[in-house]
Design a protein around this ligand. Structure first.
Ligand SMILES: Nc1ncnc2c1ncn2[C@@H]1O[C@H](COP(=O)(O)OP(=O)(O)OP(=O)(O)O)[C@@H](O)[C@H]1O
Ligand SMILES: [Mg+2]
Length: 261
Protein backbone atom coordinates (compact mmCIF):
# COMPACT_ATOMS: atom_id res chain seq x y z
CA UNK A 1 0.00 0.00 0.00
CA UNK A 2 1.20 3.48 -0.85
CA UNK A 3 0.91 5.30 2.49
CA UNK A 4 0.18 8.97 2.71
CA UNK A 5 2.97 11.07 4.10
CA UNK A 6 1.40 12.79 7.06
CA UNK A 7 1.49 16.50 7.66
CA UNK A 8 4.32 17.82 9.81
CA UNK A 9 2.15 19.77 12.28
CA UNK A 10 -0.10 16.87 13.17
CA UNK A 11 1.58 13.49 12.97
CA UNK A 12 -1.56 11.38 12.74
CA UNK A 13 -3.78 13.51 10.58
CA UNK A 14 -4.74 11.96 7.22
CA UNK A 15 -7.36 14.59 6.50
CA UNK A 16 -7.36 17.98 8.05
CA UNK A 17 -9.88 20.72 7.41
CA UNK A 18 -9.21 24.14 8.81
CA UNK A 19 -11.87 26.86 8.84
CA UNK A 20 -13.45 25.40 5.71
CA UNK A 21 -16.38 27.33 4.29
CA UNK A 22 -18.25 26.62 1.11
CA UNK A 23 -20.95 28.68 -0.55
CA UNK A 24 -22.79 28.05 -3.77
CA UNK A 25 -24.11 30.77 -5.99
CA UNK A 26 -27.67 29.97 -7.00
CA UNK A 27 -29.16 32.61 -9.27
CA UNK A 28 -28.49 35.92 -7.56
CA UNK A 29 -28.11 34.32 -4.12
CA UNK A 30 -25.04 33.11 -2.31
CA UNK A 31 -26.00 30.06 -0.28
CA UNK A 32 -23.61 29.12 2.54
CA UNK A 33 -23.42 25.33 2.83
CA UNK A 34 -20.32 24.75 4.99
CA UNK A 35 -19.42 27.23 7.73
CA UNK A 36 -16.11 27.26 9.54
CA UNK A 37 -15.58 23.50 9.59
CA UNK A 38 -12.54 22.28 11.54
CA UNK A 39 -11.99 18.56 11.42
CA UNK A 40 -9.13 16.14 11.64
CA UNK A 41 -9.39 12.52 10.55
CA UNK A 42 -6.57 10.45 11.94
CA UNK A 43 -4.95 7.28 10.67
CA UNK A 44 -7.01 4.34 11.94
CA UNK A 45 -10.21 6.33 12.52
CA UNK A 46 -13.64 4.96 11.72
CA UNK A 47 -15.69 8.15 11.73
CA UNK A 48 -19.37 8.42 10.95
CA UNK A 49 -20.85 11.78 10.00
CA UNK A 50 -24.53 12.23 10.83
CA UNK A 51 -26.92 15.09 10.31
CA UNK A 52 -30.20 16.00 8.64
CA UNK A 53 -30.68 16.03 4.89
CA UNK A 54 -29.19 19.12 3.29
CA UNK A 55 -26.85 19.97 6.21
CA UNK A 56 -23.76 19.61 3.99
CA UNK A 57 -22.50 16.06 4.62
CA UNK A 58 -21.88 15.18 0.97
CA UNK A 59 -20.39 18.60 0.29
CA UNK A 60 -17.98 17.99 3.17
CA UNK A 61 -16.98 14.59 1.72
CA UNK A 62 -16.51 16.16 -1.72
CA UNK A 63 -14.18 18.74 -0.17
CA UNK A 64 -12.10 15.96 1.39
CA UNK A 65 -12.06 14.07 -1.91
CA UNK A 66 -10.61 17.04 -3.76
CA UNK A 67 -13.80 17.47 -5.77
CA UNK A 68 -15.11 20.69 -4.26
CA UNK A 69 -12.83 23.66 -3.65
CA UNK A 70 -13.78 25.47 -0.46
CA UNK A 71 -14.69 29.14 -0.68
CA UNK A 72 -12.42 29.72 2.33
CA UNK A 73 -10.15 27.70 4.58
CA UNK A 74 -7.75 24.85 3.89
CA UNK A 75 -8.09 21.14 3.27
CA UNK A 76 -5.13 18.79 3.64
CA UNK A 77 -4.78 15.21 2.53
CA UNK A 78 -1.76 14.08 4.52
CA UNK A 79 0.86 16.69 3.69
CA UNK A 80 -0.85 17.79 0.48
CA UNK A 81 -2.70 21.07 0.63
CA UNK A 82 -5.51 19.94 -1.67
CA UNK A 83 -6.49 23.21 -3.26
CA UNK A 84 -3.41 25.41 -3.05
CA UNK A 85 -1.26 25.45 -6.17
CA UNK A 86 -2.70 22.13 -7.29
CA UNK A 87 -4.48 21.06 -10.45
CA UNK A 88 -7.47 18.78 -11.08
CA UNK A 89 -4.92 16.20 -12.26
CA UNK A 90 -2.97 16.36 -8.96
CA UNK A 91 -6.14 15.85 -6.96
CA UNK A 92 -7.36 13.12 -9.24
CA UNK A 93 -4.09 11.21 -8.92
CA UNK A 94 -4.10 11.54 -5.11
CA UNK A 95 -7.69 10.29 -5.10
CA UNK A 96 -6.72 7.30 -7.21
CA UNK A 97 -3.76 6.54 -4.98
CA UNK A 98 -5.09 7.09 -1.49
CA UNK A 99 -8.88 6.96 -1.51
CA UNK A 100 -11.57 4.43 -2.27
CA UNK A 101 -15.11 5.75 -2.60
CA UNK A 102 -18.50 4.08 -2.20
CA UNK A 103 -21.82 5.82 -2.81
CA UNK A 104 -25.42 4.91 -2.06
CA UNK A 105 -25.80 3.83 -5.64
CA UNK A 106 -22.90 2.75 -7.81
CA UNK A 107 -22.19 3.92 -11.31
CA UNK A 108 -21.39 0.77 -13.22
CA UNK A 109 -19.91 0.58 -16.67
CA UNK A 110 -22.79 -1.30 -18.21
CA UNK A 111 -20.80 -2.99 -20.94
CA UNK A 112 -18.48 -4.60 -18.37
CA UNK A 113 -19.08 -7.54 -16.06
CA UNK A 114 -18.56 -7.50 -12.29
CA UNK A 115 -14.91 -8.51 -12.42
CA UNK A 116 -14.07 -5.99 -15.16
CA UNK A 117 -15.85 -3.20 -13.28
CA UNK A 118 -13.87 -4.00 -10.14
CA UNK A 119 -10.60 -4.08 -12.12
CA UNK A 120 -11.27 -0.78 -13.87
CA UNK A 121 -9.69 1.68 -11.35
CA UNK A 122 -6.49 -0.37 -11.48
CA UNK A 123 -6.30 -0.08 -15.26
CA UNK A 124 -6.46 3.71 -14.83
CA UNK A 125 -3.28 3.52 -12.76
CA UNK A 126 -1.46 1.80 -15.63
CA UNK A 127 -1.75 -1.86 -14.61
CA UNK A 128 -2.35 -4.42 -17.36
CA UNK A 129 -5.73 -6.03 -17.98
CA UNK A 130 -4.41 -9.38 -16.70
CA UNK A 131 -3.08 -7.86 -13.46
CA UNK A 132 -6.34 -5.97 -13.01
CA UNK A 133 -8.55 -9.01 -13.51
CA UNK A 134 -6.44 -11.17 -11.21
CA UNK A 135 -6.53 -8.63 -8.40
CA UNK A 136 -10.26 -8.05 -9.00
CA UNK A 137 -10.88 -11.75 -8.42
CA UNK A 138 -8.96 -11.59 -5.11
CA UNK A 139 -10.92 -8.53 -3.98
CA UNK A 140 -14.22 -10.16 -4.98
CA UNK A 141 -13.26 -13.13 -2.82
CA UNK A 142 -12.61 -10.82 0.14
CA UNK A 143 -16.17 -9.53 -0.07
CA UNK A 144 -17.64 -12.99 -0.72
CA UNK A 145 -18.62 -12.24 -4.33
CA UNK A 146 -16.11 -14.38 -6.23
CA UNK A 147 -18.85 -16.54 -7.77
CA UNK A 148 -20.54 -13.52 -9.34
CA UNK A 149 -17.57 -12.30 -11.39
CA UNK A 150 -19.22 -12.82 -14.79
CA UNK A 151 -22.56 -11.26 -13.99
CA UNK A 152 -23.43 -7.74 -15.09
CA UNK A 153 -23.51 -5.63 -11.85
CA UNK A 154 -27.12 -4.51 -12.33
CA UNK A 155 -28.22 -8.18 -12.33
CA UNK A 156 -27.23 -8.36 -8.64
CA UNK A 157 -29.24 -7.42 -5.56
CA UNK A 158 -28.57 -4.08 -3.84
CA UNK A 159 -26.62 -5.80 -1.07
CA UNK A 160 -24.50 -7.73 -3.55
CA UNK A 161 -23.88 -4.59 -5.61
CA UNK A 162 -22.61 -2.77 -2.52
CA UNK A 163 -20.18 -5.59 -1.79
CA UNK A 164 -18.90 -5.37 -5.38
CA UNK A 165 -18.70 -1.58 -4.99
CA UNK A 166 -16.49 -2.12 -1.94
CA UNK A 167 -14.25 -4.50 -3.89
CA UNK A 168 -13.93 -1.82 -6.60
CA UNK A 169 -13.16 0.87 -4.01
CA UNK A 170 -10.48 -1.31 -2.44
CA UNK A 171 -8.78 -2.58 -5.61
CA UNK A 172 -6.03 0.05 -5.47
CA UNK A 173 -5.37 -0.72 -1.76
CA UNK A 174 -6.22 2.83 -0.68
CA UNK A 175 -5.45 3.93 2.84
CA UNK A 176 -8.75 5.79 3.15
CA UNK A 177 -12.26 4.60 2.44
CA UNK A 178 -14.90 7.29 2.02
CA UNK A 179 -18.51 6.16 1.92
CA UNK A 180 -21.54 8.39 1.35
CA UNK A 181 -24.69 6.63 2.59
CA UNK A 182 -23.40 3.18 1.55
CA UNK A 183 -26.29 1.51 3.38
CA UNK A 184 -28.91 3.89 1.96
CA UNK A 185 -30.42 1.32 -0.43
CA UNK A 186 -29.98 -1.70 1.82
CA UNK A 187 -32.39 -3.50 4.11
CA UNK A 188 -31.35 -3.84 7.74
CA UNK A 189 -29.73 -7.27 7.39
CA UNK A 190 -27.58 -6.23 4.43
CA UNK A 191 -26.81 -2.94 6.14
CA UNK A 192 -25.50 -4.74 9.22
CA UNK A 193 -23.43 -7.08 7.04
CA UNK A 194 -21.86 -4.11 5.29
CA UNK A 195 -21.13 -2.38 8.60
CA UNK A 196 -19.52 -5.52 9.99
CA UNK A 197 -17.35 -5.70 6.92
CA UNK A 198 -16.31 -2.06 7.41
CA UNK A 199 -15.40 -2.79 11.04
CA UNK A 200 -13.27 -5.69 9.83
CA UNK A 201 -11.55 -3.47 7.26
CA UNK A 202 -10.86 -0.90 9.95
CA UNK A 203 -9.53 -3.32 12.55
CA UNK A 204 -7.67 -5.98 10.57
CA UNK A 205 -6.68 -4.13 7.40
CA UNK A 206 -6.18 -0.82 9.22
CA UNK A 207 -8.19 1.18 6.73
CA UNK A 208 -9.23 4.64 7.82
CA UNK A 209 -12.95 5.03 7.18
CA UNK A 210 -15.16 8.09 6.87
CA UNK A 211 -18.81 7.36 6.33
CA UNK A 212 -21.98 9.40 6.13
CA UNK A 213 -25.27 7.90 7.24
CA UNK A 214 -28.81 8.83 8.15
CA UNK A 215 -29.25 5.67 10.13
CA UNK A 216 -28.37 6.13 13.80
CA UNK A 217 -28.48 2.38 14.29
CA UNK A 218 -25.10 2.19 12.55
CA UNK A 219 -23.33 4.67 14.82
CA UNK A 220 -22.38 1.88 17.16
CA UNK A 221 -20.01 0.35 14.60
CA UNK A 222 -17.85 3.47 14.36
CA UNK A 223 -15.16 4.66 16.74
CA UNK A 224 -16.20 8.26 16.40
CA UNK A 225 -19.40 10.13 15.53
CA UNK A 226 -19.37 13.63 14.06
CA UNK A 227 -22.64 15.49 14.11
CA UNK A 228 -23.42 18.18 11.54
CA UNK A 229 -26.21 20.69 11.53
CA UNK A 230 -26.77 23.45 8.99
CA UNK A 231 -23.23 23.38 7.58
CA UNK A 232 -21.45 23.19 10.91
CA UNK A 233 -19.98 20.49 13.07
CA UNK A 234 -22.01 20.73 16.27
CA UNK A 235 -20.60 17.78 18.17
CA UNK A 236 -18.05 14.96 18.25
CA UNK A 237 -18.59 11.82 20.25
CA UNK A 238 -16.67 8.68 21.13
CA UNK A 239 -17.28 5.72 23.47
CA UNK A 240 -20.28 6.01 25.77
CA UNK A 241 -20.96 9.59 24.58
CA UNK A 242 -21.62 8.13 21.14
CA UNK A 243 -24.25 5.75 22.54
CA UNK A 244 -25.83 8.68 24.34
CA UNK A 245 -25.96 10.62 21.08
CA UNK A 246 -27.81 7.71 19.45
CA UNK A 247 -30.43 7.79 22.19
CA UNK A 248 -30.74 11.59 22.12
CA UNK A 249 -31.22 11.79 18.37
CA UNK A 250 -33.82 9.07 18.45
CA UNK A 251 -36.01 11.36 20.59
CA UNK A 252 -37.63 14.01 18.34
CA UNK A 253 -38.33 16.46 21.20
CA UNK A 254 -34.64 16.66 22.10
CA UNK A 255 -33.69 17.09 18.43
CA UNK A 256 -36.08 20.06 18.27
CA UNK A 257 -34.45 21.53 21.33
CA UNK A 258 -31.02 21.33 19.72
CA UNK A 259 -32.30 22.83 16.48
CA UNK A 260 -33.78 25.84 18.24
CA UNK A 261 -30.49 26.69 19.91
N1 LIG B 1 -23.44 22.28 -6.75
C1 LIG B 1 -24.33 22.87 -5.94
N2 LIG B 1 -24.95 24.02 -6.27
C2 LIG B 1 -25.82 24.61 -5.45
N3 LIG B 1 -26.18 24.12 -4.24
C3 LIG B 1 -25.62 22.97 -3.86
C4 LIG B 1 -24.68 22.28 -4.68
N4 LIG B 1 -24.28 21.15 -4.02
C5 LIG B 1 -24.97 21.15 -2.85
N5 LIG B 1 -25.76 22.23 -2.76
C6 LIG B 1 -26.63 22.57 -1.63
O1 LIG B 1 -25.91 22.40 -0.45
C7 LIG B 1 -26.74 21.89 0.59
C8 LIG B 1 -26.09 20.67 1.21
O2 LIG B 1 -26.07 19.63 0.26
P1 LIG B 1 -25.42 18.21 0.59
O3 LIG B 1 -25.65 17.36 -0.61
O4 LIG B 1 -24.04 18.41 1.04
O5 LIG B 1 -26.34 17.74 1.82
P2 LIG B 1 -26.37 16.34 2.58
O6 LIG B 1 -26.19 16.63 4.02
O7 LIG B 1 -25.43 15.40 1.93
O8 LIG B 1 -27.89 15.88 2.33
P3 LIG B 1 -28.47 14.39 2.13
O9 LIG B 1 -28.48 13.76 3.48
O10 LIG B 1 -29.86 14.64 1.61
O11 LIG B 1 -27.61 13.67 1.13
C9 LIG B 1 -28.09 21.63 -0.04
O12 LIG B 1 -28.96 22.67 0.28
C10 LIG B 1 -27.80 21.62 -1.52
O13 LIG B 1 -28.87 22.09 -2.28
MG1 LIG C 1 -25.67 13.63 0.82
Amino acid sequence: MDLLVLSRNNMESLISLSKVAKSFVVGSQVVPVLKDVNLSINRGDFAIIVGPSGCGKSTLLHTMLGLEKPTAGEAYLGQHNLYQNTTEDDRSSWRQKYMGVVYQQSNWIKALNVRENVAFPLLLTGKTREEGLMKAQTKLKEVGMENWAFYIPTELSSGQQQRVALARALITDPELLIADEPTGNLDFKNGVELMEFLVELNTTQKKTIIMVTHDLEYLKYAKRAIRMFSGEIVGEYTGSQKDKLMRTLEMPSKEKHVKSK
